[in-house]
Design a binder for this molecule. Sequence first.
Ligand SMILES: O=C(CO)[C@H](O)[C@H](O)COP(=O)(O)O
Length: 232
Amino acid sequence: MSEDLKREAAARAIEDVRPGMRLGLGTGSTARHFVDLLGSKVAQGLEVICVPTSEVTARQAESLGIPLSDLDRLGRLDLTVDGADELDADLNLIKGGGGALLREKIVAAASDAMIVIADSTKVVEALGRFPLPIEVNRFGLGATRHAVDAVIKAHGAEGGLKLRGEDKGEVFLTDGGHLILDAFFGRISQPEALSRDLLDIPGVVQHGLFLNMCSKAYVAAPDGVKTLLKGK
Ligand SMILES: O=C(CO)[C@H](O)[C@H](O)COP(=O)(O)O
């Protein structure tokens, strides 16, 4: 059921793709459906050029014959389509549940528009139900963890910090070779200030708050796909 909903949202985003577009390809199970559907369009003759946001997405796109490039060559993109772990009514997001948040944010920021595809379980009244992923450098982890912990506590985090994968005996490494600290908030009341405070910590590479980046979302529920627009 849930996979069907994700695919329905992805199918709506495919309708926004025009011939000749430079596209950012997201990461995760919902974005995977979009890449799948895009592969079928490419096989039928659609010409696009794409920048993947992870090695996993790159491999999927390659296997489907989708032409790939990078931001060094393309500079800017027309559109990025990606999933999200949470979205609020202003289309602010939490991303990075799949660990690709750094490349996802770089690619989204280089795009004229970002569309999010999701099922309706991802829509929240206030961001923070999903643990906020914070990508950090491996060097100086202890000091960075200490500083991040102080910032999230000052912002009302209820549940502390976890180094992703630590409990399974194998820490998670991002495509860029960094680590992820997941911060358990419950509710984030001042996302802009939290973003600034986290980015002020030298060992923080990036975090999963995507603020004012998404312009449109296709949200699939059992009674149909809703289009949410920024500022409406
Ligand atoms: O940010 C992401 C990966 O870093 C994903 O877009 C996010 O985790 C949503 O994934 P899914 O579509 O599998 O629920």
